[in-house]
Design a protein around this ligand. Structure first.
Ligand code: NI
Length: 173
């Protein structure tokens, strides 16, 4: 299976809110498998549907250490129903925001409800890195990128750097 193309900022599709998935059929399962291949190939630890141009509320992640093999988690229509505490997520990055990392304030613990890929209800409590990944991916489904959560000054500096890089690549042969 060929990995899907990962959209990168400033692609407008990334800033759109996704729609809830109504029906988990074979086409959806195939799309989830394609997302997984894309995430592992990148390599990344999380991927939201909107990042591959699919406007549905689906996210996947795998935060297991590599030597333990693949442990794919799929969440359909996830939402954060409760959160508490605050942590600084250091050097957060995103496949859709290449070559950039920044510290982001995140909740320390979250309670997430949604469904798995079979449509069974899921309710999970997460803290630490797990909670950060869930918040990052659920943000994607709401059209929010981590650079929307850093200071305006830092964001402007990043945009300027990106524009310069884009201009330079246009001139490259
Ligand atoms: Ni991301």
């Amino acid at each position: 299976m060929k990995p899907l193309r990962i959209l990168t900022y400033p692609e407008p599709f990334l800033l759109r809110e996704t729609e809830p998935l109504q029906n988990i059929d074979g086409a959806v399962q195939e799309m989830i498998d394609a997302m997984a291949e894309t995430m592992y190939a990148a390599p990344g630890i999380g991927l939201a549907a909107s990042q591959v141009g699919w406007g549905k509320s689906v996210l996947i992640y795998d935060i297991a250490p590599r030597e333990e093999g693949r442990r794919l988690h799929v969440l359909v229509n996830p939402r954060i129903v409760a959160s508490e505490g605050e942590v600084l997520s250091e050097n957060e990055g995103c496949l859709s925001v290449p070559d950039y990392r920044a510290d982001v304030k995140r909740a320390e613990r979250v309670l997430v409800e949604g469904f798995d890929r079979e449509g069974k209800p899921v309710r999970l409590e997460a803290d630490g890195f797990h909670a950060i990944v869930l918040q990052h991916e659920i943000d994607h489904l709401n059209g929010v990128l981590f650079i929307d959560r850093i200071s305006r000054l830092k964001r402007e500096l990043y945009k300027r750097k990106l524009q310069k890089a884009l201009r330079e690549s246009e001139h490259a042969v």
